[in-house]
Design a binder for this molecule. Structure first.
Ligand code: SF4
Length: 250
């Protein structure tokens, strides 16, 4: 069964290497982290106040009643069909939650294969912590946008940094890259990144400001740009937040 939190678009990709590209997003439910260090406060359907990331509604299983479960990948394809533009093929972005939870699911693989073989550009946004094997050619054609979590996410190092998985994605799909979320309160982030990159010297790297609101992105972006310029990393904005603030489904 594939649990999907939402399917929306076309809109633009708001972050990372393909920022600005018209895209349809398939957001899977469930995650192996909660990243409460990102400090986004929310209330669960049962009224409990918690902290998490800006995709908490796709992470916290209390929101499962709002997700839709699909048995067959073609049901998801049919949902996407309804919003496909007539004149062009948008990118297909598989996101979450943590979509790699479904990597071993046959229907998940069929979904990926369907879009790659039908000449859509496919991105998977992942935290890069789960073991996967990339063995098929369509899997190598996917862009893996890997947001490795730093200590500011408040998850243990052992859980969040999986060199085997990172190497698998970076070496098997040359388009793949790493993206780190940065905020001014964690000055050791650069040391953490350098430590990770010492074992992944060929990875392309983007730094991105933390924040789930326009104000926070504005507040953190200058600091992140200065780090990029100082250390030679690429800057990624969070354009969707800058434009639409924390509105969902745009
Ligand atoms: S890994 Fe990503 S989706 Fe999961 S809790 Fe952390 S930021 Fe949210």
């Amino acid at each position: 069964m594939l649990d999907v939190s939402e399917i929306f678009g076309p809109t633009i990709q708001g972050e990372g290497k393909k920022i600005g590209t018209p895209s349809i997003f398939i957001r899977f439910g469930r995650c192996n982290f909660d990243c409460n260090g990102f400090g986004v406060e929310y209330t669960t359907p049962s009224g409990v106040k918690k902290f998490g990331c800006d995709s908490y509604y796709a992470v916290d299983s209390e929101f499962k009643k709002f997700w839709k479960s699909y048995e067959n990948h073609l049901e998801i394809v049919a949902e996407v069909e309804k919003i496909l533009p007539a004149d062009y093929k948008p990118d297909i972005v598989i996101t979450g939650g943590e979509p790699m939870i479904y990597w071993k699911n046959e229907e998940f693989q069929k979904l990926l294969e369907y879009y790659v073989t039908n000449r859509f550009n496919v991105t998977i946004e992942t935290n890069g912590s789960l073991d996967i094997d990339i063995t098929k050619s369509y899997q190598q054609d996917i862009l893996y946008s890997i947001s490795v979590k730093l200590s500011n996410a408040n998850e243990s190092y052992k859980k969040r940094v999986n060199f085997r998985a990172l190497e698998e994605m970076i070496t098997k799909s040359k388009k793949s890259y790493l993206k780190f979320v940065i905020d001014e309160n964690h000055k050791n982030s650069i040391e953490e990144i350098k430590d990770i990159l010492s074992k992944l010297p060929n990875a392309q790297v983007f730094l991105m400001p933390m924040g789930d609101s326009k104000d926070e992105i504005v507040k953190n972006s200058l600091y992140v740009i200065e780090l990029c310029v100082k250390y030679g990393y690429k800057y990624s904005d969070r354009l969707h937040i800058r434009v639409w603030d924390n509105k969902r489904g745009v």
